[in-house]
Structures are given as structure tokens and as C-alpha cells.
Design a protein around this ligand. Structure first.
Ligand SMILES: Cc1ncc(C[n+]2csc(CCOP(=O)(O)OP(=O)(O)O)c2C)c(N)n1
Length: 327
């Protein structure tokens, strides 16, 4: 496998604590959503990212406003990191008039062009050629922005992903392909959909670097993403980063995930990205009890306020159902 050039991107204590805040906020957002689904409050399908948060936090951290992300159904946290408030995001899941798509879709397809977010596509993998297209625009307009294209290991086997990687390689486009390999595509384990172990191995065949990393280690993701982003910004083209991870919940909140064992889940829970990072910060004397409490209280407050905002927001007005439609 080709190897990524090694850089060490330094972070201050303040930035590391900010990363912890994002990990906790995204975890808390998804945990609350999970409860709200069971209470019948949420109108959207919910595809929990619990267990996978380090991928979004490590890759989105430090992105510029005009950089673009093309997230997955599981990546609500990337919307928050790109600047959507938790309240608006929660209202989106409630399909309220104050949500991103004002209650006009099933909540998961909304994009925010002014924040550099391409709404995710139901056809898995179809977001990656779009990412390559956005990156081509950046190149033609000589902008130094990058695009992060997320996809699962299941989507990695679609033709769209092949075409996107090929065209990005040929034109040296500023795109970082980020595979969230959580081992299952719905109920299908990876060994039933791929004959190789690492999705990252495929990059070499397209002519760029690929690396397979611990997707539960936020700093490993950050280092790999920063290296790939720096190369993309300087005109060196795409990189594929495969993040090995695991989703703690089912494919969606309506999936009890009977296809996996309790032992497997317990093993992955012992690799919790939040616990690992908290322990690391403690070890380095960067995280006191007071700071931890402060972050936890801030997160609870923000999630409570987000739910209150969504609950008190109006439902969409039926007379506006066709407003903003293109055709
Ligand atoms: C092209 C396409 N094929 C099948 C589906 C149905 N489908 C929805 S989610 C899913 C599993 C996706 O697995 P993966 O790409 O690994 O992402 P994950 O949900 O595990 O994050 C499938 C097969 C789809 N939406 N699009």
C-alpha cells in the first residue's frame, strides 16, 4: 500500500478540549435523538453515529467555511461542526418549519450551500461524484478549498465511488475520500461484500495514496485528514482515508441489529472514542474535573435548548409545501 507523507499537526490544549466538546456534543445529540424517536417525537429516520464520532470530529476540525463536506446519513455531527446550530438541526429532525428544509423532506437530505454542506443522497455512493465535481470547480476557479467526501464500506462497492475516485485522480482534484468502515452495511458484514481487508488498498489502483487508520482515535483521524487536506490544497490531488470503526446502535433506530453478537458490541464499546480521548487528556494533565464538568454542563444545556426550540417550533404550513421548489 502506498503511504501518506507523515506530518505532525500540533494542537493546543484549548483545541484539544474543543475536540472533546464536539465529541460529547455529537454523542449527546444522537443519544437524545434515540430517546426522542422512541417517544414518537421525531419525524425523520435516525441513523445513529454513536461510536463513530471521532471520524467526523477529527476530519471536520479546522475546516474553512468555504471548504465543502458531502456527508452521510449518519453524519449529523458534521452539520453541527460546519455551523448549523443544534436547535435548527433538532428542528430538522422534527420536520418543523424552523428546520433546514422547513419540514419538506424526510430530514436527511438537506444541504446548506452557504456553509459548504452538500445534502446527503439516498443513493449511497452518489455523493462522491458530486464531491469530485465540487472539487473540479475549486480547481478551475483556482480556489484553495477542499472537499471531504464521506461514504460507508458498503457504498465503497458502488460504481459511483469508482468513477469519483478515478476522475479525482486523473484531474488531481482537491478531494479527501473518507470511508467510514463500521463493518456492517445494514446487516451485511464486510466479508460478504468485499474480498479484501482494507478499502484503502484500492487507492493505489487509482493512482493516489490510501491509508487505513483507527477511526475511533480522534487524533489519528485528525492527523491523517490534515495531511490529506494539506496535499489537496497544494494541488497534489486526492487521498483515501479508511477509518475503521463500529456503530453501537443498529443501522437505524428501528433496527435491533440481531445479526451481531453482544460480545462483539462489548468489545467495540471498550474502544469508545470518547473514553479513550478523555483518558488521554487526563494523562497529559490537560483535563481537570472542573473543565470536564463545565463541558458536560454546556453540552446538556445546548441539547436541552435544542429540543425546547424544536418542540416549540411551528409545523410547516401546508400552503407552503411547494415553495422553493425548482420544478
Ligand atoms: C445505491 C444504494 N444501494 C442500496 C441502498 C440501501 N441501503 C441503505 S443504507 C444501506 C447500508 C449502507 O452501508 P454503508 O455504506 O456501509 O454505510 P453505513 O450505513 O454502515 O454507515 C443500504 C444497503 C441505498 N440507499 N443506495
Amino acid at each position: 500500500m502506498a503511504s501518506i507523507k507523515r506530518f505532525k499537526f500540533k494542537l493546543t490544549t484549548e483545541q484539544l478540549l474543543e475536540m472533546l466538546y464536539w465529541l460529547k456534543l455529537i454523542r449527546a445529540f444522537d443519544e437524545r435523538l434515540s430517546v426522542l424517536v422512541r417517544q414518537g417525537r421525531v419525524r425523520s429516520g435516525v441513523y445513529s453515529s454513536i461510536g463513530q464520532e471521532a471520524i467526523i470530529v477529527g476530519s471536520c476540525f479546522g475546516l474553512e467555511k468555504d471548504d465543502y463536506i458531502c456527508p452521510l446519513h449518519r453524519d449529523l455531527g458534521s452539520f453541527l461542526m460546519k455551523g448549523v446550530s443544534p436547535g435548527v438541526m433538532m428542528a430538522q429532525m422534527y420536520a418543523k418549519a424552523t428546520g433546514l428544509s422547513k419540514g419538506r423532506d424526510s430530514a436527511l437530505h438537506s444541504g446548506v450551500p452557504e456553509l459548504g454542506i452538500f445534502g446527503n443522497t439516498s443513493m449511497l455512493g452518489a455523493n462522491t461524484p458530486v464531491a469530485a465535481g465540487i472539487a473540479l470547480t475549486f480547481k478551475l476557479e483556482q480556489r484553495r478549498n477542499v472537499v471531504l467526501a464521506y461514504f460507508g464500506e458498503g457504498a465503497a462497492n458502488t460504481g459511483d465511488v469508482h468513477e469519483a475516485m478515478n476522475v479525482a485522480a486523473v484531474h488531481k482534484l482537491p478531494v479527501v475520500f473518507i470511508c467510514e468502515n463500521n463493518i456492517y452495511a445494514y446487516s451485511v458484514p464486510i466479508e460478504k461484500s468485499m474480498a479484501i481487508e482494507d478499502v484503502a488498498d484500492r487507492a493505489e489502483a487509482y493512482g493516489f495514496d490510501g491509508v487505513s487508520i483507527n477511526g475511533n482515535d480522534v487524533l489519528a483521524v485528525y492527523q491523517a485528514a490534515q495531511g490529506a487536506i494539506a496535499r489537496a490544497r497544494s494541488g497534489e490531488g486526492p487521498t483515501l482515508i479508511e477509518c475503521k470503526t463500529y456503530r453501537w446502535h443498529g443501522h437505524s433506530e428501528h433496527d435491533p441489529a440481531f445479526y451481531r453478537t453482544d460480545e462483539e458490541l462489548a468489545m467495540w464499546k471498550s474502544r469508545d472514542p470518547l473514553t479513550t480521548f478523555t483518558t488521554y487528556l487526563r494523562h497529559r494533565q490537560m483535563l481537570s474535573d472542573e473543565i470536564l464538568l463545565e463541558i458536560d454542563q454546556r453540552v446538556v444545556k445546548e441539547i436541552d435548548e435544542a429540543v425546547a426550540f424544536a418542540e416549540s417550533s411551528p409545523d410547516p404550513d401546508p400552503s407552503e409545501a411547494a415553495t422553493d421548489m425548482l420544478a
